[in-house]
Design a protein around this ligand. Structure first.
Ligand code: SPD
Length: 282
């Protein structure tokens, strides 16, 4: 095992993490799933050599992907998570008392296995409201009969099995799988990494064409390329920047007290984009 994990996002430029031990390694039909013990970030899960999450910084990604959607919808009861096999997004979604049912559709059982074995605090897999399905999320959304209030796309990077999660057809299927007031969030890569720009343009172009309201928002995740991470928000009816949303956040102190990144100011502030970022999707 090498002493350092390196993820290069441009030629020889990238991220370095000190490693102590390889804890899990499985080549599945879809991808190589690995978990390492690191010197700084707790246990780290990678897929095909790309960081998915570390125990120490995962809260930023999972709180931001979940609560921006969950607080924007006034009463999210049925939630669909595409991907998210480590369980972190479901954990955050399940904090909302209105939630009655969560379907989490993960293509690769090894992601759930690796998380349960080596990141036991990330998921809430015993929760009775959580239904874990192992199948292709794109096929799953084609056949949704009972619409969802919220859909969250917690996929990997736009290479390999997650490539389809950056296509317009997929977002049309998600739109069709949502109720009349449905809300969606999706992970959309780093604005600093130029090779991701085509995928970002494709997703935000699709969201704008398909949904009434669409926006990009940002969070800061140290182990993702260049540390700045974008997410997409789309909605048929509810504006994430309305005063109703602020009131709803204020009314849920019980949830907010469990969070380490998301709060009312972060919710609003995350939609403020630097000029070079808005340029990418203009
Ligand atoms: N390169 C980072 C891409 C992040 C995608 N999702 C991570 C999964 C965490 N639930």
């Amino acid at each position: 095992m090498p002493l350092q994990y390196n993820e290069y996002y441009n030629e020889k430029t990238g991220l370095t993490i000190g490693l102590k031990k390889l804890l899990y390694s499985k080549q599945t039909d879809y991808q190589l799933v690995e978990v390492y013990e690191t010197d700084t970030w707790g246990n780290l899960m990678t897929i095909d050599g790309m960081v998915m999450l570390s125990e120490r910084d995962e809260f930023v990604y999972h709180e931001m992907l979940s609560h921006v959607a969950m607080f924007t919808h006034p009463e999210p009861k049925r939630v669909l998570i595409i991907g998210g096999g480590d369980g972190g997004t479901a954990r955050e979604v399940l904090k909302h008392p209105s939630v009655e049912w969560v379907d989490m559709v993960e293509i690769d059982e090894a992601v759930v296995e690796a998380s349960q074995l080596h990141m036991p605090d990330v998921g809430d897999f015993e929760n009775k409201k959580l239904n874990v399905l192992f199948e292709d999320g794109i096929n799953f959304v084609k056949n949704v009969q009972n619409p969802y209030d919220v859909i969250i796309i917690d996929g990997s990077d736009p290479v390999g099995p997650a490539e389809g999660l950056f296509e317009k057809d997929f977002y049309q299927l998600c739109f069709d799988a949502l109720g009349d007031d449905g809300v969606l969030t999706t992970q959309t890569e780093s604005p600093w990494v130029e090779s991701y720009h085509p995928s970002m343009k494709k997703v935000f172009g699709a969201l704008e064409d398909i949904f009434e309201i669409s926006k990009m928002y940002l969070s800061f995740i140290p182990l993702y390329p260049a540390g700045m991470w974008s997410m997409g928000f789309a909605s048929k009816k509810y504006d994430p920047l309305s005063s109703d949303v602020n009131e709803r956040i204020d009314a849920h102190k019980d949830i907010l007290n469990t969070l380490k990144y998301y709060n009312k100011d972060i919710h609003t502030g995350s939609f403020a984009l630097p000029n070079f970022v808005s340029e990418i999707i203009r």
